[in-house]
Design a protein around this ligand. Structure first.
Ligand code: EPZ
Length: 418
């Protein structure tokens, strides 16, 4: 097993470029099978979730080439409409393939993606959305069998603006003749990126980023060369690293316009942030001030994927603050480890009350999911002494060698085998 070893107490300074977004790349790789022509994706981060998605596409019969940060998908020989059980459990985002596979084959078999540390991660909204398009779905033995023989365009209404379900239905509808309208759609920027790529392939999708998305079906899509949007969560995490160490960092290729909620909270904590299109410069005070409260919400509210990083910042801030996690049911699993480092966090259900402390102390802690693992690294950057964060592999799911990125900003961090 690999771990990060972090020596705290160093102020981060320097400049980094933000890579492509995991949560844009994964649905976009799935969308690549909507055409038999070549799809070239650039600036794809070297993260394990993307590698697993490439592996699934390969098993389904696609030709997938990865060279550095460029991924080429040719799905002419795509033959499989049954998702490999092992892999679809390994990454939840394999569920994004349901829509595109139905578009190609009018049938699909997938296994229930596993839940994970942050919650049960049900897919009822995905299935209800597809049923609204006439897909017949039966479930047996943990497998989901979809028959799309009579799929048709129509209206889809989501009880909750689910990101994945919105993306799945968009991809299922793009080759269906007629107009499909998604009501109460999720508004995340990654959905806009997916729309823009589908339109660059010849699709007719509009409204992504709003609660109503209209998909006018087309007969076919053609290949494309596409650069996914930059990762707003990695960017937020790097800004948080500068903030927790009282540092000064610049991010280039940063999706500033998609990060308003995070920038607002960091400013509330005393950070001065200069922003312009594609560039952010943060300078942080020696000690942050606590925000009164933070609530996670669907976009454009505060992103749940930045919640636990902010929990780490709040734990060393001046004052007391409250965090409410409204999106997932179990996203405070790292509070215990932060408390072992000297934090004063009291969790009850979806609420955490945090009394900021002057000092954290290095300890051996364990990542339980990718964002929580990153947050423990952030705490280690501030802590007195050395912190070991076990299960670095979980952080690698969504961060492309986080230790290299932070080292480039002056952190003393290394990856070790334990
Ligand atoms: C996407 O997950 C992201 N993953 C998540 O990022 C992110 O936290 C989440 O959106 C919210 O922004 C990718 O894009 C690959 P949801 P997704 O469907 O699509 C419930 C990260 O760290 N729900 O919007 O799974 C669900 O349980 C990851 O990068 C249902 O009840 O999120 C959750 O409570 C973590 N039924 C809420 O909705 C469903 O059918 C939000 O889920 C689907 C979801």
């Amino acid at each position: 097993m690999e771990a990060f070893l972090v020596e705290g107490g160093r102020r981060l300074e320097g400049s980094l470029r933000v890579d492509g977004a995991k949560n844009a790349v994964l649905p976009i790789m799935a969308a690549a099978i909507l055409t038999e022509e070549e799809v070239i994706l650039e600036d794809v981060p070297r993260i394990t979730d993307a590698m697993h998605m490439a592996e699934i596409l390969t098993i389904l019969g696609c030709d997938v080439e990865q060279e550095n940060r460029c991924v080429t998908v040719r799905s002419g020989a795509l033959h499989g409409w049954e998702m490999p059980d092992r892999l679809s459990k390994q990454i939840r985002s394999s569920i994004f393939l349901l829509g595109p596979i139905l578009s190609r084959f009018r049938k699909a078999t997938v296994t229930y993606p596993g839940g994970c540390e942050i919650g049960l991660r049900p897919i009822d909204l995905h299935l209800r959305g597809l049923r609204s398009l006439g897909v017949e779905i039966t479930e047996s033995g943990g497998m989901i069998h979809c028959d799309g023989s009579f799929m048709r365009s129509g209206d889809v209404y989501f009880d909750y603006p689910s990101v994945g379900a919105t993306e799945n239905v968009m991809m299922a509808a793009v080759l269906l003749s007629g107009m499909t309208t998604i009501h109460n759609a999720a508004r995340e920027p990654e959905i806009v990126d997916l729309q823009n790529m589908i339109n660059a392939m010849g699709g007719h999708v509009r409204g992504a980023g709003s609660q109503m998305i209209e998909i006018e079906g087309v007969r076919r899509l053609h290949g494309v060369r596409w650069t996914p949007m930059p990762d707003r969560i990695v960017a937020g995490t790097l800004l948080a690293a500068g903030a927790i160490t009282g540092g000064e960092i610049e991010l280039t290729n940063a999706p500033a316009a998609d990060m308003m909620a995070v920038l607002s909270k960091l400013r509330e904590m005393g950070c001065v942030i200069h922003e312009e299109p594609g560039r952010l410069v943060l300078s942080a005070p020696e000690r942050l001030s606590a925000f009164a409260q933070l609530q996670t919400q669907p976009h454009p509210g505060f992103p749940t994927d930045m919640q636990v990083q902010m929990l780490a910042l709040l734990s060393v801030a001046q004052g007391t603050g409250v965090i409410m996690e409204n999106v997932f049911e179990n996203r405070f699993t790292h509070a215990g480890d932060l408390n072992r480092m000297g934090a004063r966090i009291l969790c009850s259900g979806r609420t955490a009350v945090v009394q900021g402390v002057e000092k954290l102390y290095g300890a051996r802690v364990t990542a339980r999911d990718l964002r929580g693992g990153a947050a423990l690294v952030l705490a280690g950057l501030r802590a007195q002494g050395v912190t070991q964060v076990d299960q670095a592999c979980l952080v690698d799911r969504g961060y492309d060698h986080l230790e290299d990125q932070l080292s480039a900003l002056g952190a003393k961090i290394q990856r070790i085998n334990v």
